[in-house]
Design a protein around this ligand. Sequence first.
Ligand SMILES: Cc1cc2nc3c(=O)[nH]c(=O)nc-3n(C[C@H](O)[C@H](O)[C@H](O)COP(=O)(O)OP(=O)(O)OC[C@H]3O[C@@H](n4cnc5c(N)ncnc54)[C@H](O)[C@@H]3O)c2cc1C
Length: 486
Amino acid sequence: MSTDQRVKVAARTGKQFLEGLASQKREIWLDGEKITNPLEHEQLALAAKSMARIYDFQHEHASDLLASSPDDGSLVNATHIIPRSREDLIRRRKAIEMTAALSGGTMGRTPDYLNVTFACFAGRSDVWARRNNETGAANIVNYQKIMRDRDLSTTHALMNPQVDRSKPEAEQAMGEVSLHKVGETDDSIIVRGARMLATLATYADELTVYPGSDLRTVDKPYALSFALPVGTPGLKFVCRGTYAKTKDPFDYPLSHRFDEMDAMVIFDDVEVPKDRVFLDGDTVGYSEVITDTGWRGHIMHQAFTRAYVKLSFAFGLGHVIANATGVVKFDHIQEKLGQMWNMVELTRSAITAAEAGATPDEQGVWCPDDRPFLALRGEMPKWMPKANELLQLIGGGGFMLTPSRADVNGPLKEDIAKYFQAAGADAERRIRLFRLAWDFVGSELGGRGELYERFYLSDSWRMTSLAYKIANKDFATSLVEQFLKD
Ligand SMILES: Cc1cc2nc3c(=O)[nH]c(=O)nc-3n(C[C@H](O)[C@H](O)[C@H](O)COP(=O)(O)OP(=O)(O)OC[C@H]3O[C@@H](n4cnc5c(N)ncnc54)[C@H](O)[C@@H]3O)c2cc1C
């Protein structure tokens, strides 16, 4: 498919994305400084360029990344499409994979993450409509069209802050820290409190809030779901320190480009227009919109496609390093590379199995079979750190033989060319390779990437126990029972 002039193209270009970022004055706090436009901040501007690249990329690969809107046929990003067939799922996965490849899978929260989520929510608006929430359900259907047709970049904040995880939201810090409703007008609800952790907030047009945990039935003020422009008065984004390196990309090839940023969101009596509210006070619905919409299968389709790309990148780094330094000849290094490949291949197989086992639900939305994903959900937070460990074991001290470009081109240029060479790479290539690998496993951004993989879909322990709880145990039990009868 080419972006034919006669067909309306809703998908944005990088330029349009950047104009959108600059068009809203947001309240970002970084290092004591209030930033209203991320493009005017030297470090924040770096990942904005990578995001713009993602928006341009969809036009360069329109046949894979764009699809016709079911409403008017205009071209939209394929990840906005509510899947109505297995082919839709496969096309969506291809779009996610190609997008993730641009950052080697290191950007976890590119817009496709929430595109997939809201396509799922809109496709199952009947679940949102339960218990007389027809208006909220209609709002989410409308909102998904807005996301799709304006090709928005969105962030989300699902968890209440870490005050005391052993207590319900309403019992922590007098109930004041967790996001909750404090008032209502004819046209809006008023919300106060905070939520973590809005990745991409600095590069988003809109903030979305939806459930990330269960609530007690009495905690109605905390049962909220809505969406707002990031520039809405009262919204404050408090960022961690930036890991973006303005220095030469030779020195920090990933940190220079891909720090997608994470922020706590503070809601200082924020007015949410009622047509942007999806759920208000329904504590039962708060759980059901996650469990009964098929969201798990959909979001893991996105998450593990990106994970497949990131694991492939890690495997590629290990393979190229081992061949550069000759250690590939040792059996135990081959075994370590084999372990990395196993993770790649098992992830790819899980995605294929989930697509092969996909079925339409009662609303005709095609859902991936979530069983292989549930199994991966417990394992991936262990595999990603394991891949980093294996890379360190393969690379050894080579990660420290990494002078900067200034040294490579400086007075010791000839010494560096001689003493930093590897059997399979000249000095410059070897230094570039190890600097890239260190930015993956060991830099501030690399460390953040590892933490992200451990927690972004909740922790491995709870997810493994969830997999056990919802697993079908019939066959396994029957194997045992047959010997307990005589
Ligand atoms: C880099 C990064 C980016 C993220 N981006 C986003 C984002 O964009 N949007 C978003 O909504 N969220 C995001 N998250 C947050 C993510 O949703 C949470 O980190 C995750 O849900 C875990 O919650 P927590 O970090 O508060 O850890 P906690 O829940 O406080 O857990 C800390 C430790 O305590 C244990 N623990 C806590 N509660 C229990 C319990 N009830 N039972 C047993 N053990 C328990 C955990 O297993 C863990 O070991 C991000 C997280 C990270 C690290």
